[in-house]
Design a protein around this ligand. Structure first.
Ligand code: KG4
Length: 335
């Protein structure tokens, strides 16, 4: 089933052609250089750049797949959650395309598609499994009971892990997107030099809180600046990375233990983090848990993952129509 998938939920305009789990083309036009100047994504600029790029990106995806628009069987599009203006560009473009070609429109939830990025290169991954999805806007542990059945077990009560990385990196003077830069320059963590909190929540032990950690790092940097003390940036970066990884790994393994899962998948932009991948691999090996993660190019926002999830949404009858609207927030287990 040939699907043209479209993704425009944040600062990447992406299109891909997929056939079930196979990726025939995957085009990503990133706006990072433009948002870098402001230290974060400016929603208005994001919407404008999506509008400029979307038809070129789709044409390129169809061309590189070696097909014609008329060969397509369906159009899949990210419709939620994300920046509303940015999502609307993709949704409206997808609706027009599906209508003009007379083919089905498939609405895809952004976090579901991040999870589906794992299916691309892991032929042996099938639900049920546990997934930790960590990105710039989300941190959530989910039971993936079926391709379109999800049960959130815990999530962040404030900032996402990616936001914690991005904001602390910005305070350290590192360029946007901070998580990537912080991961590159981090050396060895040292909690004696830079003591950082490990927030725990009493209501649900699988929930996360990252805002206290973010504030602690920012305060530490301000205090040092006021006293004219130099910060050892690579060590502080490593200490923050280590703390975030501690929380992500501990909570996910706790969930795996509690619910008896022997298969764990990682998803989202932060799943590209080098320490997260290596420590998870070690821990899962010790526990004889199978660990899956996407190739680096499928960790961040892309449309290949939208096409793959779109295929499963289509199979379970989730088809959209011309009334489909973009939605800024929507739980992964929406009905
Ligand atoms: O999934 P994504 O591309 O966009 C969202 O849907 O949010 O995730 C972007 C986030 C940013 O916060 C970025 O700093 C973070 O992923 N990120 C990383 C790494 N690569 C990307 N964080 C830590 N280490 C990395 N290597």
């Amino acid at each position: 089933m040939l699907i043209l998938a479209i993704e425009s939920s944040c600062d990447e305009t992406a299109a891909a052609v997929t056939n079930e789990r196979q990726v025939l083309s995957n085009i990503v036009s990133t706006q990072i250089d433009e948002h870098k100047i402001y230290g974060g994504v400016v929603p208005e600029i994001a919407s404008r750049r999506h509008t400029e790029a979307i038809s070129l990106v789709c044409n390129q995806a169809v061309y590189e797949a070696g097909i014609k628009y008329t060969d397509l069987d369906a159009i899949a599009v990210t419709f939620a959650p994300g920046l509303i203006g940015a999502l609307l560009v993709g949704v409206n473009f997808a609706k027009s395309l599906a209508l003009s070609l007379g083919i089905p429109l498939i609405p895809v939830h952004h976090l579901r598609s991040h999870i589906a990025a794992n299916y691309i290169d892991n032929d042996n991954l099938h639900p049920e499994f546990l997934c930790l999805t960590v990105s710039g806007g989300n941190t959530i542990i989910t039971k993936v009971s079926d391709y379109t059945t999800f049960e959130p077990l815990g999530g962040t009560k404030d900032d996402a892990a990616g936001e914690c990385f991005d904001k602390t990196a910005r305070a350290l003077g590192l360029s946007y997107p901070g998580g990537v830069t912080l991961d590159k320059i981090a050396t060895v963590a040292d909690y004696k030099k830079y003591p950082l909190p490990y927030p725990k929540l009493s209501d649900n032990e699988l929930d996360f809180s990252f805002s206290g950690l973010k504030t602690a790092v920012i305060n530490l940097i301000h205090n040092a600046n006021q006293k004219n003390q130099e910060i050892d940036i690579p060590v502080l970066a490593a200490t923050v990375r280590n703390r975030v990884c501690d929380m992500l790994i501990d909570h996910t393994l706790l969930a795996a233990d509690k619910f008896g899962y022997k298969k764990i998948a990682l998803a989202g932009g932060v799943s590209a983090n080098s320490e997260l991948r290596s420590r998870f691999s070690e821990e899962c090996k010790k526990r004889e848990i199978q660990l899956f993660y996407p190739q680096l190019k499928y960790c961040g926002d892309n449309a290949a993952m939208v096409g793959v999830q779109g295929y499963y949404e289509y199979k379970s009858g989730n088809i959209g129509d011309s009334f489909l609207n973009a939605t800024a927030t929507l739980p992964i287990n929406y009905k």
